[in-house]
Design a protein around this ligand. Structure first.
Ligand SMILES: [Zn+2]
Length: 340
């Protein structure tokens, strides 16, 4: 295998987004070669991530504090349905002291044939993993769930209905009937912190949540719409406030099932007119920093868990971490409704 150039830096988002920080070299030109997966499978420097029902394995004894996934060496012949995830320096996986120039290849097995009923293994959902795994393993898990979700819905050609076949080491599906290439799709959705002239933060509580759960505002980008227009429309619809300006802060893949969340800070001008839409949103509420910190610490208000982009947006506005009990995974109101 050819030696790739060393991984270089990447542009940093303004938000703390652990699922967006893994430095995997996807080796796009290599993975398009027909024999690539077999070559990788036969390599002594390959590790396999297995998913079962979109869950990934961690050591059972440490499942509530696991920071890394269980990755296994390939064994037996190359199974069908494998996906090449990418390559990472040995030092990323095994820590300092290991060779920075040697690469480990990572392969996804989504066939569900993981270490069956092993008492040493717990199977973690991605939502649970958000607040646990280190950024490398969380990013790997996120990528694996995203590509698995796409394969689950791309078995048949969207143009002619014929069965498709997998190409490019799992990153393309081809329809031999109408010669169409199908690539994994992500659905863009915006999510935004809404701030007024006094630097207060507006949060909303959705009908589908318990009343004390509050989050930022979000919505899918419609066909033919710009991100700025989506932000303005959703904030007006859900909270009744008019957008003055919009600042992009960072993005996070959110494969529930196929969103790419694009995070913004939005300043609005008619704070006193904020009101819930009475359709998705039960109530909206302005918070000062002190007021939100107090409400979260006492449990009066629940905010989304660490690892979600909504939490990152809230803490970006806050200027640091907000401490308080976490109560499971949350998401902004409107994307949750369409993704579940
Ligand atoms: Zn077709």
């Amino acid at each position: 295998m050819s030696t790739p150039p060393p991984t270089t830096g990447r542009p940093q988002a303004k938000l703390e987004l652990p699922a967006s920080q893994h430095l995997l070299d996807r080796r796009i030109s290599d993975r398009e070669q027909p024999g690539w997966l077999q070559q990788v499978w036969d390599s002594p420097r390959t590790l396999v991530l297995t998913l079962r029902n979109r869950r990934a394995p961690v050591p059972a004894r440490h499942s509530s504090a696991a920071s890394a996934l269980i990755l296994q060496r390939p064994s037996g012949p190359l199974p069908a349905g494998m996906v090449y995830l990418g390559a990472a320096p040995e030092s990323t996986l095994y820590g300092a002291g290991h060779d920075q120039s040697e690469r480990v290849h990572l392969v996804l097995d989504a066939s569900g044939q993981g270490p069956e009923d092993d008492p040493e293994v717990s199977w973690l959902s991605l939502r649970t993993a958000l607040a646990l795994l280190d950024p490398f393993h969380l990013g790997l898990f996120t990528q694996a769930v995203a590509i698995s979700n796409w394969h689950a819905t791309a078995t048949f050609c969207g143009t002619c209905g014929h069965r498709t076949v997998v190409r490019s080491s799992g990153w393309m599906r081809f329809c031999s009937n109408c010669s169409t290439d199908h690539f994994p799709r992500m659905n863009p959705a915006m999510i935004t912190a809404v701030v007024d002239g006094q630097d207060r933060l507006l949060l909303g509580s959705a009908y589908q949540w318990e009343e004390r759960r509050f989050s930022t505002f979000a919505g899918f980008v419609e066909a033919g719409e710009s991100l700025e227009d989506t932000v303005a429309r959703e904030v007006r619809e859900e909270a009744g406030v008019v957008v003055r300006d919009v600042q992009y802060l960072g993005s996070q893949p959110w494969p529930f099932p196929a969103q790419l969340m694009l995070g913004f800070l939005t300043r609005v001008e008619n704070a006193e007119q904020a009101r819930p839409d009475d359709d998705e949103i039960r109530s909206v509420r302005w918070f000062t920093r002190q007021g939100l910190a107090h409400a979260v610490s006492t449990g009066e208000v629940i905010i989304p868990p660490r690892g979600s982009i909504s939490r990152a947006l809230i803490e970006y506005w806050f200027g640091g971490q907000i401490t308080g009990p976490d109560y499971g995974a949350g998401l902004s109101a409107s994307t949750r409704a369409r993704s579940s």
